[in-house]
Design a protein around this ligand. Structure first.
Ligand code: SF4
Ligand code: SF4
Length: 277
């Protein structure tokens, strides 16, 4: 739900019934994550690929990868379970980057056909969002989460190892310039196209924690509905970096809550999570 310490923004323009986009959905609406996206097209230094995508997941729990057909069977079974009545949202959140995997689009097409009443959502690092947006709209996507950790090139250089773009592996400045430009453009275009857009930001002490308000203002200007600050989980190349303290996270959410609604109930779910949030 939204940060309660600041009442400037109390609700999204219309109830989305998505547990992660609206206070109305929290505790009443459920979601099912379908782990169909294996590959990733960038390298975040906090990611360990044998775990799920750190952008929308909890490390240490390895998901079983499934294909589009199996994903539909998983939804069918979940709908028949005791949670079935609450499951209004089907999403793709990894374990890699959904937009870099054809299986994502096959799954969305089947979901549209078999479960047209369910909302379809996904999370993305944003690199391919401008390119894939028309296809996502045609498949009836309603919600998207973009992980945007920084708008600053020096910070981005510390966070990202490489970016794969049109068959080439970019490193350094060209890599992060490509990523940051596409993230912002994709967010802007997705909002304009009428999608519900959330931004996730992994808070990394010493790298992006001093410029969070500037980032929040930029995404607010672009029409992002809700912001989700995630504490760094020290792992991978960032295994020795400190995680932000809970008190710091609380402070950041209070501060940024003056700019746009902050999500405070994210559970950093794994890529195959099912149930209420
Ligand atoms: Fe890992 Fe997700 Fe970053 Fe890809 S986008 S490197 S899967 S955290
Ligand atoms: Fe919602 Fe966070 Fe779980 Fe994604 S990871 S489904 S945003 S609670």
């Amino acid at each position: 739900c939204l940060e309660t310490g600041n009442r400037i923004y109390t609700a999204t323009p219309e109830p989305t019934e998505h547990p992660c986009f609206s206070p109305d959905g929290h505790g009443r609406a459920g979601r099912i994550h379908l782990a169909v996206a294996a590959e990733c097209n960038i390298s975040c230094n906090y990611c360990v690929r044998k775990y799920d995508c750190a952008n929308e997941s909890r490390p240490g729990v390895t998901s079983k990868l499934i294909g589009a057909e199996e994903a539909i069977r998983v939804v069918q079974e979940a709908k028949l379970s005791s949670l079935g009545a609450y499951l209004h949202v089907a999403g793709i959140a990894g374990p890699g980057e959904p937009l870099a995997n054809p299986e994502t689009f096959a799954t969305l097409a089947l979901l549209k056909d078999k479960f047209p009443e369910m909302k379809r959502c996904l999370s993305s690092n944003g690199l391919l969002l401008p390119e894939k947006l028309p296809e996502l709209l045609a498949l009836g996507l309603s919600h998207i989460t973009v992980t945007l950790n920084t708008l600053d090139t020096p910070s981005a250089l510390q966070i990202y190892g490489y970016v794969r773009w049109q068959g080439q592996t970019l490193i350094g400045r060209p890599a992060v310039t490509m990523l940051l430009e596409n993230q912002l453009l994709g967010i802007e275009q997705a909002v304009r196209a009428g999608l519900h857009v959330k931004v996730n930001t992994v808070v990394i002490p010493g790298i992006n924690d001093t410029r969070l308000t500037v980032l929040a203002r930029e995404i607010k200007q672009r029409g992002v509905e809700i912001h989700n600050l995630l504490p760094l989980i020290p792992q991978g190349k960032f295994a020795l970096r400190p995680a932000p303290r809970p008190a710091d996270m609380h402070h950041y959410r209070q501060e940024l809550g003056r700019v746009l609604p902050q999500m405070s109930h994210c559970r950093q779910c794994q890529a195959d999570a099912i149930g209420l949030v």
